[in-house]
Ligand binder design. Structure first.
Ligand code: NDP
Length: 310
C-alpha cells in the first residue's frame, strides 16, 4: 500500500479525491491517499503551493513530490527536497494553453478589438488584416507549452520563431537560443508570447531594453508569470505607443489590485490567471501514471532540474 499525502486546500481535496482514487485504481496501484497521514509513512506528496509545507525533511520515506501546477517557482528552490520534484505536464493543460494563445494571437492578428470597440454605425474598411504567413509571432520559452503553441500557430501559417535556453528544433519554427538569440527573437516579435518559467534567470527579462528591440506597435501576450515583465517598463512603453497592446494573464500580485494601471488601460487586457488551469481528471491520471513509472523503477517524468529552477 503506497502512502500518499494530498497537500493542498480542503476545497481541492473535495474535487480531487474521487478522480485520484479512480486514476490510481486504473493504474493498478494500491494506495492510501489522505490529507493527513503520519509524516513517517509518507511516500509521495501531491503538492499545491496553497499548502503550508516548508520542510520536506520531516518525510523520511518520501520518494517524490508531484506538483499540481506546471509552474514550480514556489518550490523549486526548497533546499529540504532531496527527491525528484515533478512538474504538472498534462495534455489537457497544454490544450488549454494552446487555445488561449491561439485565440489571442488571432484576435491581435485580425484586429478584432478595433471592430468590437467601434460598433458605432461607421463603416471603416480601410484596414484589412494581412495573412498569417505575413505576421511574425515570437514565443519566449519552447518547452511543453511553448512548443505546442508554436506548432498550432504554424498550422495557421503564422511566421513563428521561438527562444529557449538550449538549442531546439521544431518544424517550421525558427528557433533561437541563449543570450545571443534573445535579441534576434525579439526583433521578429510583432506578437510576443511569454511562456518562460519564472527563475532567477528569467525574472524581469522583459525590461525596457528588451521592449526596445521589439517592432514598433508590437503586442504582448503573457500567460507565463507576472514577474517575467518589468511592469514599469511595459507601462512606459505602452504610454509611449511603442507597445500597442498587452494581454496579461499573470501578475506580480494576484489577484491584481483593483486600482492597478493594467485594469484601467485601454491598451491592456487583463485575464485572471485562467489561461490554462489544471484539469482534475486528466491531471489525476498524469500523476497516477507518473507514480506508476517511478514504482516500476524507471525515472519519473517531468522532474525539475533543480539547478536551472524549472
Ligand atoms: P517547460 O519547463 O516545459 O519549458 C520552459 C521553456 O523555457 C523551455 O523551452 C526552456 O528552455 C525555456 N527557458 C527556461 N529558462 C530559460 C532561460 N533562462 N533562457 C531561455 N529560455 C529559457 O515549461 P512549460 O512550457 O510547461 O510551462 C511554462 C510556464 O508556463 C510555466 O513555468 C508556468 O509559469 C506557465 N504556466 C501558466 C499557466 C497559466 O494558466 N497562466 C498554466 C501553466 C503554465 P529549454 O528548452 O532550453 O529548457
Amino acid at each position: 500500500m503506497i502512502k500518499i499525502l494530498f497537500a493542498a486546500q480542503p476545497s481541492d481535496w473535495l474535487v480531487y479525491e474521487k478522480e485520484l482514487i479512480s486514476a490510481f485504481s486504473n493504474c493498478d496501484l494500491k494506495v492510501q491517499l489522505t490529507t493527513d497521514v503520519n509524516a513517517y509513512d509518507v511516500e509521495y506528496i501531491i503538492y499545491s503551493p496553497s499548502c503550508d509545507i516548508k520542510n520536506f525533511q520531516k518525510y523520511p520515506r518520501l520518494k517524490a513530490v508531484m506538483s499540481l501546477w506546471a509552474g514550480v517557482e514556489h518550490i523549486a528552490n526548497n533546499p529540504t527536497i532531496d527527491v525528484p520534484l515533478c512538474r504538472m505536464v498534462d495534455m489537457e493543460l497544454t490544450d488549454g494553453m494552446v487555445e488561449y494563445v491561439t485565440g489571442h494571437v488571432l484576435r491581435y492578428h485580425l484586429g478584432l478589438d478595433f471592430h468590437t470597440n467601434h460598433q458605432d454605425g461607421v463603416w471603416r474598411n480601410e484596414v484589412v488584416p494581412p495573412l498569417a504567413k505575413q505576421r511574425n509571432v515570437c514565443i519566449l520559452g519552447l518547452g511543453e507549452l511553448g512548443t505546442a503553441c508554436a506548432i498550432a500557430l504554424t498550422n495557421f501559417k503564422f511566421n513563428v520563431c521561438g527562444w529557449s535556453r538550449t538549442k531546439r528544433k521544431i518544424h517550421n519554427v525558427r528557433c533561437y537560443h541563449g543570450a545571443n538569440g534573445y535579441v534576434k527573437a525579439l526583433t521578429h516579435a510583432e506578437i510576443l508570447v511569454l511562456l518562460l518559467p519564472l527563475t532567477s534567470s528569467t525574472s524581469g527579462i522583459l525590461d525596457s531594453a528588451s521592449l526596445s528591440h521589439m517592432p514598433e506597435g508590437a503586442m504582448i501576450i503573457n500567460p507565463g508569470r507576472g514577474h517575467l515583465i518589468e511592469d514599469e517598463a511595459l507601462i512606459n512603453s505602452i504610454n509611449e505607443g511603442h507597445i500597442r497592446h498587452a494581454t496579461l494573464d499573470v501578475f506580480r500580485e494576484e489577484p491584481l489590485p483593483p486600482d492597478h494601471f493594467y485594469w484601467n488601460s485601454n491598451n491592456v487586457t487583463v485575464t485572471p490567471h485562467i489561461a490554462s488551469t489544471t484539469r482534475v481528471k486528466s491531471a489525476s491520471e498524469s500523476i497516477a501514471a507518473n507514480i506508476k513509472i517511478g514504482e516500476s523503477g524507471k525515472p519519473f517524468l517531468h522532474a525539475v532540474n533543480r539547478q536551472q529552477g524549472y
